[in-house]
Ligand binder design. Structure first.
Ligand code: HEC
Length: 156
C-alpha cells in the first residue's frame, strides 16, 4: 500500500507536466516560442570575439587563407545580428561598410606590417558599434594575447 502511494507521488509530476509545445502546440505558439529562442547579440558576439582573436593570430602565423576565412565568418555573424536584433541593424551596416573592407584589404596584402594597422582599425570599428549601442565598456585588445582555434595550435 505504502509503496503504491510513493509510486503514484513519483509519477504525478510526469503525468501533469506540460505538453511539449514542439509537437502539441499550435503553429502560432510554436512560432512565438521559436522567435523567443533566437539568440541575441551577446551570443553571436561571443563567437565574433573568438574569431577576432583567431584572425589576429592567423595573420601573425602567416596563415592568410585562415585569416580570410575568419573575416568572412565575422561578416556573416554581423549579418546574423542584423537579422536577430533589428535595433542593431543600422550600426551593424555601418560596420559592414567601414570595418570589413579595411580588414579585407589588410588580409589581402598578406603582409603583417600592413595587416597590423588594418586590425587596429577593425578594433576601432568594433568599439564604435559598442559605443553606439551603449556598451562602450566592452573593449577588446589590439594585440590579443591568445587565440582559441586548435588550427593555430597555441598554448592555453
Ligand atoms: C552592431 C554593433 C556591433 C558590432 C559591429 C560589434 N559589436 Fe560586439 N557587441 C555589440 C553589443 C550591443 C554587445 C553587447 C551584447 C548585448 O547587448 O547583448 C557586444 C558585445 C561584444 C562582446 C562581449 C560578449 C560577451 O557577452 O562576453 C564581444 C567579445 C564583442 N562584442 C566583440 C566584438 C568584436 C570583436 C567586434 C568586431 C569584429 C564587434 N564586437 C562588433 C555590438 C556590436
Amino acid at each position: 500500500m505504502k509503496t503504491s502511494i510513493i509510486v503514484l507521488l513519483l509519477l504525478f509530476p510526469v503525468v501533469t507536466s506540460q505538453a511539449d509545445w514542439r509537437e502539441q502546440g499550435s503553429p502560432s505558439d510554436q512560432l512565438a516560442n521559436l522567435v523567443e529562442l533566437v539568440p541575441g547579440t551577446s551570443h553571436w558576439m561571443f563567437e565574433i570575439g573568438e574569431r577576432y582573436k583567431n584572425l589576429y593570430w592567423a595573420a601573425k602565423q602567416g596563415r592568410w587563407e585562415f585569416a580570410q576565412y575568419q573575416v568572412e565568418e565575422i561578416e556573416k555573424l554581423i549579418k546574423v545580428v542584423q537579422l536577430a536584433r533589428p535595433k542593431r541593424a543600422e550600426t551593424a551596416q555601418e560596420f559592414l561598410e567601414t570595418g570589413v573592407p579595411i580588414i579585407n584589404d589588410g588580409v589581402a596584402s598578406k603582409k603583417w606590417d600592413l595587416f597590423k594597422p588594418a586590425f587596429a582599425k577593425l578594433n576601432q570599428a568594433c568599439m564604435t558599434c559598442h559605443g553606439k549601442n551603449d556598451h562602450a565598456f566592452i573593449t577588446l585588445p589590439v594585440e590579443p594575447a591568445s587565440a582559441s582555434s586548435p588550427v593555430l595550435n597555441l598554448p592555453d
